[in-house]
Design a protein around this ligand. Structure first.
Ligand code: NAD
Length: 568
């Protein structure tokens, strides 16, 4: 690590006189971490992975996959037929699927409850074997198929699909199994094992867990459904309509790997019908949710209203939205700021929950940063995600298109706001919106405080003398605290910023962009209205779905009631 730093230090000195700082974060325990992250493949011309991907893209693009509801070992199709279309070519349907009604959702609850009792008896070793097999299938035989479904169904470019539906998904399966393995190593103190033995074992929760997943990461769907399952729970998985095909491929891989039918039930349905039905069941053991604040708030309220009916207190995990920031100090390296911000704000059309959406730039650096951002922005190719030259593609659907362009129209009308780059949109073929850069005079305009979840970046330029006041705005102007980044070469400033911004982000970056967390490297999640911060990709997450039981065994008879001092 040190030698890498030294090398980049001398190189960067030659290039831009940027100092290589030591860490400003207090030291935490570091040790060998166990399994390695799945490597991200390059897809260079002529590579075997590119050839396989091309084949899978062709196959996926040329049919409309018929996706059933799966409950236990049975498939169902209802008369409520839906289609998933390609966001970049919305006339093309890539999946036909069916909404489960309340009756089928209740049937899935019954099947899950029954299955949970049997599944919970499966040894931890057997579960590891299945999870490992699933990860291997995802990494090998089905990698191209997962990526093709994600590229075409969610309009991700090849790199965005590879880091999601390949690397991150595989990492979730391997690392969560590893974290469970590590957790089972802890056993309570037994002072004299010949007299008493204390132990702890992990059970699932009796009942069912509802996994409700968003469109934007294929890997999140897999994690939400399969991590509770790994811990001995049975799950109803409600995938997002706009990530249906990739989630279906994931589901089928897990069946092939040996996850028994009924452990995870695949239940596409209307969101509110699903939410209303699961929260009305006394057997709801938990909700594993990722999505927007309003949806999670509604679910939480329903659980609160029904709290008297449940057998267990339902566990609620919700990872929600963000209004992620880049804060630039006058000592920052402009090139790093420019490149990191373009990637963070515009990759996958700003539809990562961690995407940078607001930026604070000092007046002294603004001319250089503005010029760099505008010039890089104008070079970005926006198009079909299967075109290797595309930097990004269309936004997910008509609802997103309407919401995001609403903010652009607001910027066009407001005297406080100026669109300095982009601002055009067109949904005639696909839901295309130009990467858009807005400059604001008002740091509290709604464009700086509300989640947009699209390719719109707003910048507030502050006087250099007002660094401290502007830093205060970061935490006070939104309800969110998901991700954030500071860019500076001034070590004293960084030390103070780390303190002052402590509560503004669950994932905090120093001289790096606000996106790109890796399972096992940057466990992910935010606080405040960004979520319950249970840190997917970290060691605590799986444990939230465990239901540990402490057992004390005594090997000698109890011969008396009185204590010795009572006899003195
Ligand atoms: P969404 O809230 O619209 O939908 C999420 C899921 O909830 C979907 O499957 C949807 O069908 C379902 N749903 C909708 N209403 C429901 C109801 N009443 N009951 C039960 N389920 C219901 O969110 P989205 O548009 O799919 O995803 C985007 C949001 O997710 C953004 O706000 C983004 O920031 C957030 N997100 C957060 C993280 C994180 O880790 N913090 C990660 C990814 C996405």
């Amino acid at each position: 690590m040190l030698s890498v730093c030294k090398q980049s230090f001398s190189q960067s000195l030659q290039r831009s006189a940027v100092r290589c700082l030591g860490s400003v974060v207090p030291e935490v325990r570091v040790e060998d971490f166990g399994p390695k992250n799945e490597p991200v493949l390059n897809y260079l011309k002529g590579s075997p992975e590119r050839a396989e991907l091309e084949k899978a893209l062709n196959e996926t693009a040329n049919k409309t996959e018929d996706v059933p509801i799966v409950i236990g070992d049975k498939e169902f199709k209802t008369s409520d037929v839906r289609y998933q279309v390609m966001p970049h070519n919305h006339k093309k349907q890539i999946a036909k699927f069916y909404y489960a009604d309340a009756k089928l959702i209740k049937q899935a609850i019954d099947v899950a409850r029954e299955t949970q009792q049997k599944w919970d008896k499966t040894t931890v070793a057997e579960r590891f074997r299945i999870w490992d097999k699933a990860a291997d299938l995802m990494a090998g035989k089905y990698r191209a198929k997962l990526n093709a479904a994600t590229m075409l169904g969610q309009a991700k470019t090849v790199i965005q699909a590879e880091i999601d539906s390949a690397a991150e998904l595989i990492d979730f399966f391997r690392l969560n199994a590893y974290f469970l393995k590590e957790a089972t190593k802890y056993q309570p103190i037994s002072e004299n094992p010949k007299v008493t033995k204390n132990s702890m074992r992990y059970r699932g929760i009796d009942g069912f867990v509802a996994a409700v997943s968003p469109f934007n990461f294929t890997a999140i769907g897999g994690n939400l459904a399969y991590t509770p399952a790994l811990m001995g729970n049975a799950v109803l998985w409600k995938p997002s309509d706009t990530a249906l095909l990739s989630n279906w491929v994931n589901f089928k891989i897990c069946l092939e790997a040996g996850v028994p039918p009924g452990v995870v039930n695949f239940v596409p349905s209307d969101g509110p019908v699903f939410g209303d039905t699961i929260t009305a069941s006394p057997h709801l053991a938990g909700i594993n949710f990722t999505g927007s604040v309003p949806t999670f708030t509604r679910l939480w309220k329903q659980v609160g209203n029904n709290i008297g009916i449940y057998k267990n207190f339902p566990r609620l995990i919700g990872e929600c939205g963000g209004k992620n920031y880049h804060f630039v100090h006058p000592s920052a390296d402009p090139t790093t700021v420019i490149n990191g911000t373009i990637r963070s704000a515009f990759e996958f059309c700003g539809q990562k929950c961690s995407a940078c959406s607001r930026m604070y730039v000092p007046e002294s650096l603004w001319p250089k940063i503005k010029e760099g951002l505008l010039s890089k922005r104008s070079e970005l190719k926006i198009g079909d995600p299967t075109d290797y030259g595309s930097f990004t593609s269309a936004v997910i659907d008509d609802k997103a298109f309407k919401r995001i362009t609403g903010y652009i129209d607001h910027a066009k009308k407001s005297s406080n706001l100026e669109i300095i780059g982009g601002g055009k949109y067109d949904d005639s073929t696909g839901y295309f919106i130009e990467p858009t850069i807005v400059q604001t005079k008002d740091p509290l305009d709604k464009i700086m405080t509300e989640e947009i979840f699209g390719p719109v970046l707003t910048i507030y330029v502050y006087p250099d003398s007002k660094v401290k006041d502007t830093l205060g705005l970061v935490g006070n102007s939104t309800q969110f605290a998901l991700t954030g980044a500071v860019f500076a070469q001034d070590e004293a400033f960084l030390k103070s910023a780390i303190d002052e911004l402590k509560m503004t982000a669950g994932n905090f970056y120093v001289n790096d962009k606000s996106t790109g967390s890796v399972v096992g490297q940057q466990p992910f999640g935010g606080a405040r209205m960004s979520g319950t911060n249970d840190k997917a990709g970290g060691p605590h997450y799986a444990l939230r779905w465990g239901n540990p039981q402490a057992i004390k065994e005594t090997f000698v008879p109890l011969t008396e009631v009185d204590y010795p001092y009572m006899k003195q």
